[in-house]
Design a protein around this ligand. Structure first.
Ligand code: ADP
Ligand code: MG
Length: 744
């Protein structure tokens, strides 16, 4: 049979004229039959059984009862105005009440006529009642056929125009009755068999009109799986291609630098988790393929040391290494840490930030290009503007989560631009003679940072290994999707001897308690952060202004030296304030979230977070990570208004119950959904998920990924006939996801 064309406009459905079509497109984005089929009900209600009134209890969900109204009465004035109908099922009466639309009900509902009443029982003044039920004519419902009824989302505008969930139901059932052939399958038969999936045609029908809850579950599973599978297929096909194309430098040696450090300089034993991730990275770097790895580890888990040690592997293999930090303060901190760890070792470490200028800068640039600088520490700004390495083997990006998705994508572009433009420069040197070009390439290659090999007519460039580090714990399922083409290593263990930060939640009407707590810690020689959510005063949100607070706190704590840092300050000013706190000159730092990132002041033992209800879990966790870095007990005080929504209360409670970043991230994902997770705002939209939820459907994400891997391992280019459907999809949609796969 000739398949129905799902691109047919919805105006070709009976009941949808131009006005309704316009409304459907504007409100729900539905233009074609396909769109309508893929606009799924948000719930179903079991209408397969009729109840008697005597069976009803107030804790029941929606139920339906067959009966008649015997009388109506109106009572109350104004907002208390209501209409009560006395509904009789042949045995008993039930009160049915309306508070709105009373005149419409009076006009349209008939006395002594059969209705199927559908609603949720409740108790009012000791009497069972149902408010605002749906009423259906039993003849039009054909009792035997009543099943799971779909409920569709409609907008306010649609409701005003008389388009309800029932209207949508009519549209979809009309469409299904119109379809003359089975809907074409989108997955290859061998996958459907292998995974015992419901065929697409059946799944789509059952997603709207299931006969049982089980059938609905299987249909939903099939459709969610498909959404997730295609995303994974695209991401992984990119990843595989990149792996093939991106030949990496081969770091097979472990030599003097690493061994000397490990033997003589390591001030404490590595944790098992640190050892494991170093092994994972070394395995990548000696494989001959480019490493692209994400290192996740909670704040304080010791990522810096891991970074340093893999850099030493690069150095042992005759390469340079660099690490990029998101702020100057962090870059300087890394410099100190590295100098301290590596002291006496014959390595040249340099710091390059926007502040390094003139001769000093020239010196460093020279050292980078002649290879005498072994380790470069810097900020992005610097790396981006044309630094040339003699032989860069490893680039590390620290605190990756600080860079927005867009910036990361740009960085990737920048990196490619750079690669291509350098490459162009090389080839342009002798454009006239092909042989010479190749020769000169090879020569320059030796002195430059990549090896260019001629193979099957394609130039293969050896890329430096890439490691990105983040303290934002991303749940595995989300990481697999957002960073789908990165390998992930996790440090899931803190160095021994850390005391978990003790976290308290107090209300902002207890300032005395807070003041005494802070004083006790500072008098014991420690320091405190006090964090506020915003700089600019916003009357609407009633947030405290940091600058006002700074002035106020100086009178609350006259004995202490107080500093202030916020986002509106000039970088130099900010740095100076930070330095004063780092050196212990100021004892209290009043600040906004600018301090969120990796700053290490082990002497700080108190983190006060004001208006804690305004922060998300991920941010609260990051902020808390600023304390608890020394040997002493540290405290995190969440201060909030007493008026909290249930969700906010839950969020703050989670903070007081656990310090485990992954637990917190999982909880966050469940509370808010992945669309809101830091740095992932666009993910839901970009992936266009209609049914699947990256947070809740973790197991399905895993299955989708394994399946994509299984398919692509057997047939990387999807050339086999049984994969032709997949190839067609991939070719059509690849570009939709390009941005996502290149973020890393
Ligand atoms: P983060 O992962 O947040 O970047 P850091 O690398 O700054 O954490 O490490 C936090 C602190 O833990 C540093 O002072 C570091 O020296 C220390 N540290 C790292 N590894 C260990 C270890 N194996 N044993 C004890 N202390 C460690
Ligand atoms: Mg760090």
């Amino acid at each position: 049979m000739y398949p129905d064309d799902l691109n047919t406009s919805i105006t070709y459905l009976p009941g949808i004229g131009p006005a309704r079509a316009k409304m459907l497109e504007a409100e729900l984005g539905i233009r074609t039959w396909h769109d309508l089929l893929y606009t799924f009900p948000y719930k179903h209600i079991d209408r397969s059984r009729l109840y008697k009134i005597r069976e009803l209890t107030a804790d029941m969900p929606f139920v339906q009862v067959l009966g008649q109204f015997l009388s109506f009465e109106e009572a109350g004035e104004g907002r208390k105005h209501r209409l009560t109908g006395h509904f009789w099922d042949g045995e008993m009466f039930l009160d049915v009440t309306w508070f709105q639309g009373i005149s419409y009900i009076k006009k349209s509902v008939k006395i002594r006529k059969d209705y199927i009443l559908f609603g949720r029982p409740s108790v009012y003044g000791g009497r069972l009642q149902v408010n605002h039920p749906d009423l259906d004519n039993p003849e039009s419902m054909s009792l035997g056929a009543m099943k799971m009824q779909p409920y569709y989302t409609t907008t306010e505008r649609m409701k005003k125009a008389g388009m309800t969930s029932r209207t949508m139901e009519r549209f979809t059932s009309t469409l299904f009755s119109r379809l003359t052939s089975e809907l074409p399958e989108t997955l290859p038969q061998y996958l459907i068999d292998r995974l015992h999936l419901m065929p697409l045609d059946h799944a789509l029908r059952a997603a709207h009109y299931p006969t049982t809850a089980d059938e609905l579950a299987s249909a939903t599973m099939r459709l969610k799986f498909e959404e997730l599978f295609f995303i994974q297929l695209i991401i992984m096909s990119y990843a595989k291609r990149r792996q093939q194309e991106r030949v990496g430098l081969k770091f097979s040696r472990i030599g003097d630098a690493f061994n000397t450090f490990f033997r003589d300089h390591l001030p404490f034993p590595l944790t098992e988790a640190q050892k494991r991730v170093i092994r994972e990275m070394h395995a990548d770097m000696k494989s001959g393929r480019q490493m692209n790895r994400l290192l996740q580890g909670d704040v304080g888990s010791g990522k810096t040391l891991v970074a340093l040690m893999v850099m030493l592997i690069a150095i042992d293999n005759g390469c340079q290494a660099c690490i990029m930090a998101p702020t100057e303060i962090l870059a300087e901190q890394h410099l100190k840490t590295f100098q301290n760890f590596l002291r006496d070792m014959p390595l040249r470490i340099e710091l390059l930030t926007g502040n390094v200028k003139g001769r000093r800068r020239q010196d460093i640039l020279q050292g980078l290009s002649d290879g005498t600088v072994d380790i470069l520490i810097g900020t992005h700004a610097v790396i981006e503007d044309g630094v040339r390495f003699h032989h860069l083997g490893l680039a590390i990006i620290d605190e990756q989560h600080r860079f927005g998705v867009a910036q990361r994508a740009k960085l990737q572009e920048r990196h490619q631009d750079l690669t291509i433009s350098q490459f162009d420069n090389l080839t342009n040197e002798k454009p006239s003679d092909n042989e010479n070009v190749k020769l000169s390439n090879r020569e320059i290659v030796k002195s430059s940072n990549r090896e260019i090999v001629q193979s099957s007519n394609r130039e293969i460039v050896q890329f430096p290994h890439i490691l990105v580090m983040t303290a934002t714990p991303i749940p595995r399922t989300l990481a697999m999707t957002l960073y789908g083409d990165l390998d992930v290593s996790v440090i899931d263990e803190l160095p021994p001897g850390r005391k978990p930060v003790r976290t308290l939640h107090i209300f902002d009407n207890q300032p005395e308690q807070l003041r005494r707590g802070i004083e006790r810690e500072i008098d014991a020689g420690h320091q405190a952060y006090i964090v506020y959510p915003l700089v600019k005063e916003s009357e609407k949100l009633d947030l405290k202004n940091v600058e006002d607070e700074y002035v106020r706190l100086r009178s609350v704590f006259p004995r202490y030296r107080i500093g202030m840092v916020h986002g509106q300050m000039k970088p130099a000013e900010k740095d100076e304030q930070m330095q004063r706190f780092v050196s212990g000159e100021t004892q209290i730092l009043v600040c906004t979230t600018v301090i969120e990132v990796g700053v290490n002041v082990p002497n700080a033992s108190v983190m006060v977070i004001q208006n804690a209800e305004r922060f998300g879990l991920a941010q609260l966790h990051q902020l808390r990570g600023r304390v608890g870095r020394g040997a002493e007990q540290s405290y995190c005080i969440l201060v909030s208004s007493p008026k909290l929504s249930a969700e906010t209360r839950k969020r703050l409670q989670i903070m007081t119950e656990t310090t485990d970043g992954f637990e917190i991230a999982e909880a966050d994902l469940k509370l808010r959904g992945p669309g809101d997770l830091e740095g992932t705002q666009q993910s839901g939209v970009a992936f266009n998920l209609r049914l699947a939820n990256l947070g809740r459907d973790g197991q399905l994400v895993g299955l989708a990924r394994d399946t994509a891997d299984f398919v692509l391992s057997a047939d990387p280019e999807l050339q086999a006939p049984q994969n032709s459907l997949l190839l067609r999809y991939l070719t059509k949609h690849r570009d939709d996801y390009r941005d996502w796969s290149q973020i890393s």
